[in-house]
Design a protein around this ligand. Structure first.
Ligand SMILES: NC(=O)c1ccc[n+]([C@@H]2O[C@H](COP(=O)([O-])OP(=O)(O)OC[C@H]3O[C@@H](n4cnc5c(N)ncnc54)[C@H](OP(=O)(O)O)[C@@H]3O)[C@@H](O)[C@H]2O)c1
Length: 169
């Protein structure tokens, strides 16, 4: 199965200065636990922002000779990255960023989306064209954590959406 995973603020922001607009360690831990052991499809900018990138990561870039960390493979299209990730036999997660969600969502059966109930300044928006409102919600739970920059409590709603007929690769 191909899935995507993202977290989005109430104002649609997903990124700021090459990282996240918020600091919520519990939400980051949920993300890390969810994608553990999967093959990953990652945009080049998001890849460069990550401290640790596991093996079987497929980095989408228009620079085919881009030097990458061990276990990471450059792919010049999202479709190539998804095919090569599937060929590992592992579950596949699309990690973003915005440009990769926008290209990969038609192929995803499931979308893990954490909706963070506060607005944060940022420079990267979740792509508005992804029609999640038409997908089925198959899992939904919420928890409140402290956002570390503001010191304020914030509710995180952990949703899983499914679309019935993802586009075949
Ligand atoms: N909140 C979340 O869940 C979440 C998740 C992931 C990322 N983020 C944030 O999102 C921001 C980064 O997102 P972004 O959209 O700016 O960058 P990105 O999607 O991570 O990477 C963009 C790069 O991917 C390559 N690329 C994109 N589309 C391509 C295509 N169709 N074919 C080939 N290569 C393609 C290009 O690399 P080249 O320039 O090398 O050609 C492009 O510069 C960061 O702030 C990050 O922290 C947030």
């Amino acid at each position: 199965m191909i899935a995507a995973i993202s977290a989005v603020a109430a104002n649609g922001m997903i990124g700021r200065d090459h990282w996240l607009p918020w600091d919520i360690p519990e939400e980051l831990a949920y993300f890390e636990a969810t994608v553990a052991g999967a093959a990953l499809v990652i945009g080049r900018l998001t890849y460069e922002s990550m401290d640790v990138v596991p093996a079987d990561s497929f980095i989408v870039t228009r620079q085919p000779d881009l030097p990458l960390r061990p276990g990471c493979h450059a792919c010049t299209t999202v479709e190539e990255a998804l095919r090569r990730a599937l060929a590992t036999g592992k579950p596949v997660f699309v990690l973003g960023g915005a440009s990769i969600y926008a290209a990969a969502w038609p192929y995803c059966q499931r979308f893990y989306l954490t909706r963070i109930a506060a607005a944060y300044p940022g420079d990267t928006l979740f792509p508005a064209e992804i029609p999640l409102a038409d997908w089925r919600i198959v899992s939904d739970h919420s928890a409140t954590y402290v956002e570390r920059h503001s010191g304020q409590p914030v509710s995180c709603r952990f949703l899983q959406y499914e679309q019935d007929a993802p586009k075949p690769l």
